[in-house]
Design a protein around this ligand. Structure first.
Ligand code: MLT
Length: 408
């Protein structure tokens, strides 16, 4: 019998959003007529921008003719998209990134989960608490975390606690971490690092020769001027950080699948004293295990960076952020304590009446027929919090907030 990777046995039974889906399905079975509003998983609801759809159609037509048909593309992404990313996301902010530092992928979740493969098993890993569960779960799978303790924490992980006191923006730890996951704007708290806070992290990483894995999937939702959109806005960050971005939330690509990872040429790791470029390793990994993103998808992604595309996606982002405003003002009237919703499409609510986050989940599902995400799913520090997303339909979002108000 083949022995399994026993690290998997340390994981919770199912992935957070799978567990939520299961509980909602059980509720639906018992209450088939319930009109459920989902503000749970951060999935977009608005259609793709017309410029994106047009580019997809054109690319599909190209695939239909022998003269313009394409088979395997470059594993790292087509030049036209690499150029659009470099120009649109970096040069436009005064950041010099070259095309060979960008790797197009089928989304941030895969990259964020796969990137740990290029690091040694013995690396000390620091993970925010609460945070998107993929960072921790993939390190559990890789055997970097040690045992799960009774209090819900893994023995071998350095937790970066986000609390109301630090505005959910934890600073560097006193001990040395080799790999540091940061998510800004943060999923689930909606908190975002200022330039000053992020500089502390970059300085820490450079001093300790650590690598920051910077997930900025929600950067398009930043509204405040002092919040960096890219970690490379901080001097020296190209020697300290990998940045991972996604078009899922920026341009409604959750179902289309496209994102990218930047691994700067200056970023170095060690192997028995030798200095090794992480860019070379990631390139080796991707060209071995990944065959690139489809041409049609990359053409669609390129259109996101066109003038027309940019204007159209901005309208959708504004639509979602208006939902965030509606949620926040609704909760303010109910005197509920909340965070986020300003630089991110997530609202992080302190559970009222001493409810645990799963109790709140059950309460809202039963009494308001509204689905949210229990904070405990993002780490033990989330146990008294609850996340709602602003990605819903505007009318349904308003209705959800009214229903939640009546349920208390
Ligand atoms: C979330 O709800 O946290 C996200 O949609 C999950 C994801 O982006 O994979």
């Amino acid at each position: 019998m083949a022995k399994i990777n026993a690290n998997y046995m340390k994981l919770p039974g199912s992935y957070l959003f799978v567990e939520i889906k299961k509980r909602v399905a059980q509720f639906r079975e018992k209450h088939p007529n319930a009109d459920i509003i989902s503000l749970g998983i951060g999935d977009v609801t608005q259609p793709l921008a017309p410029a994106v759809v047009k580019a997809m159609h054109q690319a599909a037509d190209e695939m239909a003719k022998a003269a313009t048909f394409r088979g395997y593309g470059p594993e790292q992404g087509y030049d036209f998209l690499l150029k659009a990313v470099v120009k649109g996301d970096y040069l436009a902010r005064g950041i010099k990134i070259s095309e060979d530092e960008v790797f197009i992928s089928d989304g941030a979740k895969c990259d964020v989960g796969n990137i740990q493969e290029i690091f040694a098993k013995g690396c000390a890993v620091a993970v925010p608490d609460p945070v998107y569960p993929v960072y921790l779960d993939t390190n559990v799978m890789a055997g970097r975390t040690g045992e799960l303790k009774k209090n819900g924490y893994f023995a071998g992980i350095i937790y970066l606690k986000g609390t109301a006191e630090n505005n959910f923006c934890p600073g560097p730890p006193s001990e040395k971490a080799d790999l540091i996951y940061l998510c800004s704007p943060n999923n689930p708290t909606g908190a975002a690092f200022s330039k000053k806070q992020l500089k502390k992290w970059v300085d820490y990483a450079r001093k300790n020769e650590s690598v920051i894995i910077y997930d900025s999937a929600y950067e398009a939702y930043i509204t405040e001027p002092d919040i960096p959109h890219s970690i490379y806005e901080i001097p020296g960050a190209q020697e300290a950080a990998i940045e991972i971005r996604s078009l899922s939330k920026t341009a409604g690509f959750t179902g289309v699948r496209c994102g990218y990872t930047v691994v700067p040429q200056k970023l170095i790791g060690r192997a028995d004293g030798d200095k090794i470029k992480l860019n070379t390793l990631w390139n080796r990994r991707q060209s071995t295990k990944f065959n690139g993103v489809s041409y049609i998808t990359q053409k669609a992604a390129e259109a996101v960076y066109s003038e027309e595309g940019r204007a159209q996606i901005k309208q959708v982002i504004d639509y979602y952020m208006e939902n965030a405003r509606v949620i926040c003002s609704g909760f303010a009237k109910l005197d509920l304590k909340m965070y986020g919703g300003v630089n991110a499409p997530y609202i992080w609510l302190k559970t009222p009446k001493g409810m645990s986050s799963w109790e709140m989940f059950d309460h809202l599902l039963a009494k308001a027929h509204v689905v949210g995400t229990p904070g405990a799913g993002f780490g033990p520090a989330g146990k008294d919090y609850f996340r709602l997303t602003a990605f819903g339909d505007a009318e349904r979002t308003k209705e959800a907030i009214e229903r939640i108000g009546k349920s208390f």
